[in-house]
Design a protein around this ligand. Sequence first.
Ligand code: PLP
Length: 411
Amino acid sequence: VPDRLSREAAVAFDEASPLRDRRELFAIPAGKVYLTGNSLGAIPKHVPARMAEVVAQEWGEALISAWNTADWTQLPWRVAARIEPMIGAAPGTVHVGDSTSVTLFKTMVAAVNLRPGRDVIVVEPTTFPTDGYIAQGIARTFGKTVRWCDPADPAASLDDDVALLSLTHVDFRSGAMFDMAAVTAAAHDAGAVMLWDLCHSTGAVPVDLAASDADFAVGCTYKYLNGGPGSPAFGYVAPRLHDSIEQPITGWWGHARPFEMRRDYEPAAGVAQMTVGTPPVLALSALEAALEVFDGLSHDDVRDASLSLTDLFIALVEARLPGVLELITPREHAHRGSQVSWRHDQAYGIVQALIGRGVVGDFREPDVARFGFAPIYVTHADVYDAVEHLVQVLAHDEHLDAAYATKDAVT
Ligand SMILES: Cc1ncc(COP(=O)(O)O)c(C=O)c1O
């Protein structure tokens, strides 16, 4: 029996994994250990050919007819139907098309509109910046107030003034994960509406919006869903709210009958009223194709693989570099997403030196080295190799190289 922390054991884990055939579906350059799927997912191998086809045949030859012949009008809904089962959303509850930030804006305003007379939006100060910025913009524009909660106890910030509690399910910096059902119940007990940002969850950790009774959710598709840089975000609205929401960007694609070209706005029924303008067909086509890699996968297998990878990474770093890096990701499975983050004074240099060796993680201010584990294509052997490189970087002081004294624009 090989040592639990040996490379042989890692390879044996990969060979026994129910996800073992999936990595082959991705075009990951040879020799690269890609631990940034929580920022930009890898590209599935079949996506370039599909894109070439869409460009040459649908756009190139069919031109405007492709709206009908290639069913471009239904493309956002086909993508939504693929995402719904991944997040415990009933059919007809998800829309896709704008950026995460714009989808957050539409959704937060729709949420706040459900609670007239309540003026507070509660957000955790550790959230991804755009979530806080959007809440602040809404507060300025609509005469609301942002209240920052303690991420360890968001419920403590709830009272009769709170219209909306908006939280990121898995924290982008630490990888800490909220208990979705418990926090949602606390928001509802206080009479508030609950919105979850699922950017760091979808495709990597189980999410059940219906069972958690969430009101709204928003998530990007370019991380664990591998939709490509800047691919369109999705939004979720609980079906019980479809008849009472009012969203602020009343564009023509959200109209009940867009091609009647009427003067006055009339919202479409159901979740379609959350849409705004012409769908980004090329981006949606890439995303639609990319989502095929999830066909037939069990959520439990994905979660098991994610925990096994992150457990191994933590165990190897702590065994081989005791006391060198400070773990800021929760050890308890129930509170951990699919990434592992470490604090170190030279975190930026460490990440850059690793990238120089083909191990791609990223850096987040002020001193965090962040490693994402997309369970569908990261292997246990990758984890072993990443830690071996980390040991070498620190042994040879590669992280102290003068080249890393100034930071690149994207870290
Ligand atoms: C939690 C979270 N929300 C939102 C975003 C980004 O929003 P957008 O897609 O509009 O850039 C990110 C990006 O990393 C994120 O991590």
